[in-house]
Design a protein. Structure first.
Length: 682
């Protein structure tokens, strides 16, 4: 009867990022609806949540996690173009640094610049992407989970064995019209009734070259530049390897995993003054190993522990390039720097049920970060910073009839050690949060919610110490976020198998907002405290599904209205940008996903719209306008069974109308591209 729900339940076994999440229990995930993650359903509707899972992710014509997150209301992906370009996420215009990205339950960190490059994470092996405004609707979580303004959870797939099978193997190959090759595999092995193993790997190689149109007008409206060129220095060669071990114990479970990513890529710079090539190169080696344990010691007491060690290496080279007789000439290096990051993290969470409707939790996290560097050609001494961060959270959740309340307070203590600089003072902050939910009518699935949360974040190492960019006088950011909204799920009667609507209004107030802007390339940024930024907006999500005989139809629509304005004063005087919309904040944006599934055929159409906004030149004047952009994507899939082998072929077309657009000013995006995918499951 509910064929669309079967579609959402199906999880296609894919590849690279990798398996697991650190929650037990059977999760029921549905697109852009409440996600059943915790073991106490009464608290699920307290916090606004959006999710894409399994089959829905497979159907999208998206290349990586960043592409898929564009379909969440309130998110803005900052994409610097090309396969090798940086891709970051911003939620409610609060800044990338306020978004906690958790990979299988443990946060992805980068103490150097605080930015998580989502372009590194493939969708191939991803089971679900979930985004919460505020935090998860549960208190059995680490202190890190409580510390972010918004959280995104990347959950990779755990091994699943049907019948008497003890092993699964999936082989996949992708190619695109821009000289792109991507072979991958995923292997799962059942070692015993309680232990299983997985291994996955992916190799990507592309020259990244694509055509784009470069058009600029003078202030009087006349054309300054109008030409078609090829995006250069956007090539990438990347290898990802990941392995996981999963086990069950009495009233609990554990897992451990190892992740390695190695890439050599161009870091494409801005197209300015008719300069179409540059010499920026970046090599990354990212390694981490992490483990997780959860156990119910009694019916009332639960415990979980997490641990992680990460090591990241970045080698960045910037060279001047000039064009002589149509040929690119590379000159001496401006910089040739290597950076080495080390991170150690441990978390312990205790939860106790005082009453069946009242839980409390205590979480303690400790994190150590260290940054070393090898720098050539620069006389300024490097600071070699080390940071010790301790977080302690106390949270409670209570339910009384249709009323739910979740509250928490988190204490953060930061201590730093540096060389060649004055030692910064230790910092201690307490930040509270409260979430309320109310179901006024037992007869209807209608839920009201509201929350208030204060957020604190320290400047990153780059913010403080990076030569010619960092500023040791930067102040920490403080933010207050408020939200009120509702979710209504219509009964599955009549034409619709499901129909839900979710609407939230929010207000944010940021003091001493730290703003980062590139200085002509993607590695050197300028950091400054913006003073005060106030924002508000409305987010809406509609999710619907129906069926006509064996044809299943579904649609998911989002719309966001947002304002985020600079109210900075200096020495009591208003700056020229006072009251202006901050850079790259569109007033209007939205997305849509439409899917049709018939037997072994699947058709998916999706679109993204981002309205007018202003570039990073501060003032909201005509010359700084960045025009709206939109894309249309199509995907057609067909499944076969040949000699018990499951074979699936897919054709995807991105940017069907071949629109020339820029997400970030002077960083052109690809036009129309086609992708072909073939996968074989043994």
């Amino acid at each position: 009867m509910c064929n669309t729900k079967k579609t959402f339940f199906f999880v296609f076994i894919l590849f690279v990022p990798f398996l697991l999440h650190s929650q037990v229990a059977k999760d029921s995930l549905q697109l852009l609806k409440e996600v059943k993650i915790n073991s106490k359903p009464p608290y699920q509707e307290v916090i606004p949540v959006q999710s894409l899972s399994g089959k829905q992710l497979e159907n999208l014509a998206s290349h990586n996690v960043a592409d898929a997150l564009r379909y969440f209301a309130g998110t803005q992906i900052k994409d610097y173009g090309g396969l090798g370009g940086l891709k970051t996420v911003d939620v409610r215009n609060m800044g990338t640094h306020h978004v906690g990205v958790f990979y299988d339950g443990i946060q992805l960190g980068n103490a150097q610049n605080g930015v998580t490059d989502l372009g590194k994470y493939s969708l191939d092996d991803m089971e679900s992407l979930t985004m919460y405004n505020g935090q998860k609707s549960e208190i059995f979580q680490s202190a890190k989970d409580f510390a972010a303004a918004s959280t995104i959870y990347l959950r990779t797939k755990r091994p699943v064995f049907e019948g008497n099978k003890k092993s699964n193997l999936l082989v996949r190959y992708k190619t695109m019209s821009i000289n792109y090759n991507d072979p991958s595999f995923r292997w799962e092995q059942k070692l015993s009734d309680k232990v299983s193993l997985s291994l996955s790997s992916e190799f990507i190689k592309s020259n990244g070259e694509y055509k784009f149109r470069y058009k600029r007008n003078n202030q009087d409206g006349s054309v300054a530049y109008d030409t078609t060129a090829t995006r250069m220095n956007s090539d990438i060669t990347a290898l990802r390897i990941e392995s996981g071990l999963y086990g069950k114990i009495n009233k609990g479970s554990w897992d451990a995993k190892v992740y390695y990513y190695d890439s050599e890529r161009g870091a494409p710079g801005a197209i300015v003054e008719n300069k179409f090539s540059d010499g920026f190169r970046q090599n990354d080696k990212n390694f981490f190993t992490q483990a997780f344990l959860v156990k119910d010691f009694t019916e009332k007491y639960k415990f979980q522990a997490r641990a992680k060690y990460a090591y990241d290496y970045t080698h960045y080279i910037a060279r001047d390039t000039t064009s002589v007789l149509g040929e690119t000439v590379t000159e001496s290096a401006q910089s040739d720097d290597s950076y080495y990051q080390s991170e150690a993290y441990f978390s312990a969470v205790n939860m106790y049920s005082i009453l069946p409707s009242w839980d409390v939790s205590l979480s303690t996290d400790f994190q150590y970060n260290k940054l070393d560097a090898t720098r050539r050609g620069i006389q300024t001494q490097f600071s070699f910073p080390q940071r010790y961060t301790t977080l302690v959270s106390l949270a409670t959740a209570y339910r009384l009839g249709g009323f739910k309340i979740l509250s928490s307070v988190i204490g953060t203590h930061v201590k730093e050690e540096v060389e060649y600089n004055a030692k910064p003072p230790d910092k201690t902050e307490f930040t509270p949060a409260i979430f309320l939910g109310y179901t006024p009518f037992k007869k209807y699935d209608f839920n009201l919610r509201a929350f208030a949360k204060r957020i604190f974040r320290m400047p990153t190492f780059n913010d403080l110490y990076y030569t010619m960019v960092g500023s040791s006088t930067l102040r920490p950011e403080y933010m207050n976020q408020y939200d009120i909204g509702f979710t209504y799920n219509l009964p599955a009667k009549g034409f619709f198998d499901k129909f839900s609507i979710q609407v939230d209004g929010y207000y944010t107030n940021t003091k001493d907002k730290i703003v980062a802007a590139p200085t002509g390339n993607l590695f050197r940024w300028m950091m400054t405290n913006m003073g005060q930024v106030k924002g508000h907006g409305i987010e809406s999500v509609i999710n619907m599904g129906t069926h006509i005989n064996k044809l299943n139809l579904s649609a998911n629509l989002t719309y966001t209205y947002s304002e985020s304005r600079d109210y900075t004063k200096f020495a009591g005087l208003e700056l020229s940008s006072y009251g202006d919309q901050i850079p790259y904040t569109p007033w209007h944006s939205g997305s849509g996903i439409f899917n049709a599934n018939y037997k072994s055929w699947n058709f998916n159409y999706s679109f993204i719209y981002v309205g007018k906004r202003y570039n990073g030149n501060v003032n909201n004047i005509k010359v700084n306008e960045v025009q709206p952009w939109y894309t249309h994507d199509l995907a057609i899939q067909k499944a076969f069974v040949v000699h018990n082998y499951k074979i699936k072929g897919a054709v995807e077309v991105n940017n069907v109308l071949n629109q020339h657009y820029e997400v970030i000013y002077n960083y052109p995006m690809p036009g129309r591209t086609m992708k072909f995918i073939i996968s074989i499951e043994l």
